[in-house]
Design a protein around this ligand. Structure first.
Ligand code: NAP
Ligand code: F7E
Length: 352
């Protein structure tokens, strides 16, 4: 461990937080993480790091400003000579559809939670040592105003999640301009992998495929399969987060693959890797995907998974990140889906 490499990650138990913690520990950081009290185990993604002396966990919640202040105060006391504290704000109610069911909680956590953390930094007089990363999102582009989307594309959020994140984006920018804080927004397009939450579409597809192959179910039921996403690998994207905080000046960056694929394509690709060639009949909520070889219906649509307002297409342009940070995604769409298929079905598919 290096005494000058100290980080604090909110959302450390999530997909990105767990990969980021691994990355920072591999770079000799002492990593502090915020975890929530839960009646069931919510630490599966970081269980392998528990006994690492470089990891220290603190109970708290983004909606509790007193505890955010206290945690930062404890970190400051534990590292009295630190010259830099990297703070990665990844905690969020991150599910877009659920944000329509819990709009107020989503705004509290994703929007005001960011403000509370920034205030906790200032009230601890940590603004000059802190480097702040905000987990902004391509959902800000929502009803897209330009193709592909880049840092200068106007925002048009389409969900309570995206509106909450819009507040966070602007408060980060405001604190940068108002108080000279080293605070950056990473505008990340969709990214997943084998640690992705089970109710995000790409993981739901590979888990569903596994259940069909094992005979645990005979169908996979989804919502809008015609939307398109720019989907990369979470492991590649956490490197971009770290690179943003290594720059002399704070700024905002898009991270994306530069490719977009429909949900339908994701399904066809994953099932194809298990040698199931899907054909389609019907449209909209009547669309059915069936196995060409057996004629068996496998994919069904249920409008209960539709969103009141959908983001039809996301397609990112990460050339600024490539130019300034030297960041490029390493994992292809095909490789990513193959890794998830392997994890969830045990089928090894070689991408050529
Ligand atoms: P995730 O797997 O859903 O993880 C979210 C994390 O936030 C978990 O650790 C969760 O804790 C924590 N959390 C939720 N509510 C909280 C609260 N009130 N107080 C404290 N912690 C709370 O999300 P992810 O995919 O890793 O994404 C990381 C961040 O990037 C999120 O802010 C997300 O909105 C943003 N983002 C994600 C993507 C993507 O495609 N993955 C793209 C753009 C932006 P529990 O484990 O206890 O639930
Ligand atoms: O939906 C469609 C759904 O929930 C993707 C979060 O990480 O990325 C993520 O948000 C698409 C949408 O991700 C189902 O309607 C169809 O068009 O996997 P998702 P998301 O909404 O793009 C952004 C960048 C974030 O910031 C978020 O935190 O797939 N879809 N059928 C479905 N989606 C789900 N979840 N479940 C279905 O059954």
């Amino acid at each position: 461990m290096n005494a000058n490499r100290v980080a604090f990650i909110t959302g450390i138990t999530g997909q990105d937080g767990s990969y980021l913690a691994e990355l920072l520990i591999s770079k000799e950081y002492l990593v502090h993480g915020l975890i929530r009290r839960s009646s069931t185990i919510n630490t599966a993604r970081i269980a392998h790091l528990f006994h690492n002396p470089a990891l220290k966990l603190h109970y708290g919640d983004m909606t509790d400003s007193a505890c955010l202040y206290k945690i930062l105060n404890n970190i400051k006391t534990a590292h009295p000579t630190m010259e830099r504290l990297e703070i990665y704000n990844l905690a969020a109610q991150s599910h877009v559809k659920i944000s329509f069911e819990m709009p107020e909680y989503t705004a509290d956590t994703d929007g005001f939670g960011t403000l509370k953390l920034l205030e906790a930094i200032r009230n601890n007089n940590l603004d000059s040592v802190a480097r702040f990363y905000q987990a902004s999102t391509s959902e800000l582009y929502g009803k897209v105003q330009e193709m592909p989307q880049r840092e200068t594309t106007p925002f048009y959020p389409r969900s309570p999640y995206a509106v909450g994140k819009l507040y966070a984006y602007w408060i980060v920018k405001n604190y940068r301009e108002a108080y000279g804080m080293h605070a950056s927004n990473g505008i990340l397009f969709n990214h997943g992998g084998v640690r992705r939450g089970h109710n995000f579409v790409e993981r739901k597809i590979t888990l569903g495929l596994g259940k069909i192959l094992r005979g645990e179910t005979d169908r996979l039921i989804l919502g809008n399969i015609d939307s398109q996403r720019d989907l990369g690998s979470a492991q590649d994207y956490v490197e971009g987060m770290w690179l943003m905080l290594q720059q002399d000046a704070p700024d905002d960056y898009v991270l994306a693959t530069g490719e977009t694929h429909s949900v339908r394509e994701m399904i066809e690709l994953a099932f194809g890797m298990a040698s199931i060639r899907l054909k389609w009949r019907g449209t909209g909520s009547n669309a059915v995907g069936y196995d060409e070889a057996t004629g068996k219906d496998l994919i069904f649509i249920d409008p209960k998974y539709y969103r009141p307002t959908e983001v039809d297409v996301l397609w990112g342009d990460a050339s600024k990140a490539a130019q300034v940070l030297g960041w490029r995604p390493r994992t292809s769409f095909q490789q990513l889906i193959a890794e998830m298929v392997q994890q969830d079905t045990q089928i090894v598919y070689k991408v050529v």
